[in-house]
Design a binder for this molecule. Structure first.
Ligand SMILES: CC(C)(COP(=O)(O)OP(=O)(O)OC[C@H]1O[C@@H](n2cnc3c(N)ncnc32)[C@H](O)[C@@H]1OP(=O)(O)O)[C@@H](O)C(=O)NCCC(=O)NCCS
Length: 173
């Protein structure tokens, strides 16, 4: 399957919304993308679509996120959320290509790390590990293994022990 991965464009917006609704079986993730796109946390180069024969079959978004350390310092990181692949094309590697390309672009843009709340069987293959390894916590009450982080630059999370502050948009959906 020859897919193209590129930055989202304005005309992709309705298809991206429908894709998330179909993949997650609910509207929350599409609404989250719409809210984040309008926010200060949005990075156009890190909203990527997977395209097959002119149809959008996958989308991934990385937005700006802060870790507030125990000493009150702010460490800039990225939130990977959401990612989805159209239901009838899942398990064919598209999600993996989106994650890998997103991590590459993020590193090229100079970001040092990424945080994800997600399936603990899926993300470790890309290099994610429980964020607790770096002493990073979240206000969400989730099992340790689903809240993960990854360094794009070695040592980027070395002194980042603290709490992730999710943008308010995450609470609005
Ligand atoms: C999760 C998702 C983005 C993965 O994309 P994909 O193209 O199907 O995945 P890939 O083909 O790249 O990878 C397949 C691997 O993912 C695993 N996987 C796929 N969906 C999964 C899920 N919902 N939970 C756990 N693992 C999953 C498969 O077991 C497979 O593992 P393997 O490589 O060890 O066999 C896609 O299945 C999806 O859109 N799911 C619904 C929305 C969702 O849950 N998004 C992620 C939120 S964290």
């Amino acid at each position: 399957m020859k897919i193209d991965i590129r930055a989202e464009q304005a005309q992709d917006i309705p298809a991206v919304y429908s894709l998330h609704a179909a993949a997650f079986g609910q509207e929350n993730e599409g609404k989250l993308v719409d809210l984040l796109r309008e926010s200060e946390h949005y990075i156009p180069a890190l909203s990527l679509v997977a395209v097959l024969d002119d149809t959008i079959i996958g989308h991934i978004l990385f937005t700006k996120l802060k870790i507030v350390t125990q000493s009150g310092r702010e460490v800039e990181t990225l939130a990977l959320a959401p990612v989805s692949v159209t239901p009838d094309l899942q398990y064919a590697g598209v999600g993996g290509q989106l994650v890998r390309r997103g991590l590459e672009v993020a590193a090229e843009l100079g970001y040092g790390s990424v945080i994800v709340l997600g399936h603990p069987q899926y993300y470790p293959k890309f290099g994610f590990a429980p964020a607790s390894r770096w002493g990073i916590t979240t206000s969400y009450e989730v099992p340790d293994e689903v809240f993960m982080a990854m360094e794009l630059r070695p040592g980027a999370l070395q002194d980042a022990a603290g709490r992730v502050v999710y943008p308010k948009e995450f609470e609005q959906v």
